[in-house]
Design a protein around this ligand. Structure first.
Ligand SMILES: [Zn+2]
Length: 402
């Protein structure tokens, strides 16, 4: 019996650690069943599977003016990892139900000048947010280092509310590019302070270290009228009276299923707080798709895709009930050089599909758009990431009279 127990235990340990070097963001209860109490090894393996939200189609009104924009960015989510996920799932992802689709070029100014092979998340976020190409590592500034108007600053000018939700640091490259200005993405504390100064209404993610270790950040939180929270129960207790909130739910990156709240929980609370007559801009990032791809860990990547697609499902349902919402689902770049063998089955989707030694690539990414004025952004077969910023400004200018 003792021996059987130890076999069982080691199987559990191996299966736990097999997933993304234990750094996963398994957000559904189904994929958290790795540590079961009294199951057999066979049952254990049976439950150690990625569980996907069932495919369905939504009916979003496309004709209304754009009141709200929800921009969903799968970090490193190339088209092939979507296809790979669908092979493993045995069905389409929820995001694939979105009929308006186009492709997006992601190269940065560094790539254009031959100084880099591919964009990083900072330059790409800046392009998506401001409509201007810049160098890798740059956040919300042009290639000369001059500050650009970010999408959050633009939305605030129109009296809209703004929100940023991710599973990495609150001031990590992608959310930072939506609201801050800095010539080095690694300046997490100054970037966080800049985001507070910008006045983003709702910011949820990880990186509590950047708050705890910075007296300046703490006084900014007070000065700019933010409520600071760091656990799920405080998140769930928030009401619309809490007009400005900084939520940091992990000292570091929010890797791992044990770190709550999930991306979907954070997103649902953000939507509740942001919804108002003048509309809002919300960016939601599936941050750790890229992290797992960089580790060439397919199982972990698939779990991240499952989590992100679950949040897409939540957002599409919300937008269906709230006409005037434009939902854009895209990626900042491809990571991992994912290749799928011909006629691949689920067994062929494994670590060997990664071909770029964990690096980003220059491969175009997909953009899917649903809801208000969503067809317009997909009129051309190929757009540039700067066109996303331009389109968001165009439709918001049309609907929000100054
Ligand atoms: Zn990225």
């Amino acid at each position: 019996m003792k021996k059987l127990l130890s076999i069982l235990l080691s199987a559990i340990i191996v299966s736990s650690f097999a997933a993304c070097t234990n750094n996963t963001d398994k957000s559904s209860s189904e994929v958290q069943t790795t540590v079961a109490e009294e199951t057999t090894v066979a049952e254990e393996l049976e439950t150690d599977k990625v569980v996907w939200v069932p495919y369905k189609e939504y009916n979003l009104d496309e004709d209304s003016e754009v009141k709200n924009i929800i921009l969903m960015i799968g970090d490193g989510m190339g088209e092939n990892i979507i296809k790979a996920s669908e092979i493993v799932k045995g069905d389409k992802l929820v995001m694939s139900s979105i009929k308006n689709q186009t492709h997006v070029t992601t190269y940065s100014q560094s790539v254009a000048e031959g100084k880099a092979e591919f964009t990083d998340s900072a330059a790409s976020a800046t392009a998506i947010s401001t409509g201007v190409k810049t160098y890798n590592q740059y956040i919300g500034v042009d290639a000369e280092g001059n500050p650009l108007e970010t999408i959050c600053e633009f939305a605030k000018k129109l009296d809209m509310k703004t929100g940023l939700v991710d599973r990495h640091y609150v001031s990590h490259a992608t959310p930072a590019g939506m609201a801050a200005h800095n010539t080095y993405r690694g300046n997490y504390r100054p970037i966080l302070r800049d985001m507070l100064k910008t006045g983003v209404d709702v910011m949820f993610g990880g990186g509590e270290q950047h708050y705890k270790s910075s007296k300046g950040t703490q006084s900014d939180v007070e000065e700019y009228g933010y409520k600071y929270i760091n656990d799920e129960s405080s998140l769930l207790a928030l009401t619309k009276d809490d007009s400005k909130v900084l939520g940091m739910f992990s000292y570091d990156n929010m890797k791992g299923a044990s770190i709550k709240p999930t991306l979907t929980t954070m997103t649902s609370k953000a939507l509740e707080l942001l919804d108002n007559d003048k509309g809002f801009f919300l960016m939601v990032e599936g941050s750790n798709i890229d992290v797992c791809e960089a580790d060439e860990d397919m199982q972990g990547t698939l779990e991240q895709m499952q989590s992100f697609d679950q949040t897409v499902d939540y957002v599409l349902n919300w937008a269906q009930d709230n006409p005037g919402t434009l939902v854009i689902v895209t990626a900042d770049h491809e990571t991992g050089g994912v290749k799928i063998p011909e006629n691949a089955t689920a067994d062929d989707i494994n670590d060997s599909c990664f071909t770029s030694e964990g690096e980003h690539t220059n491969t175009d990414v997909l953009l899917m758009a649903s809801g208000a004025q969503s067809a317009g952004i997909c009129k051309e077969d190929l757009i540039d990431n700067t066109d996303i910023a331009k389109y968001m400004r165009k439709v918001l200018n049309e609907s929000h009279d100054k």
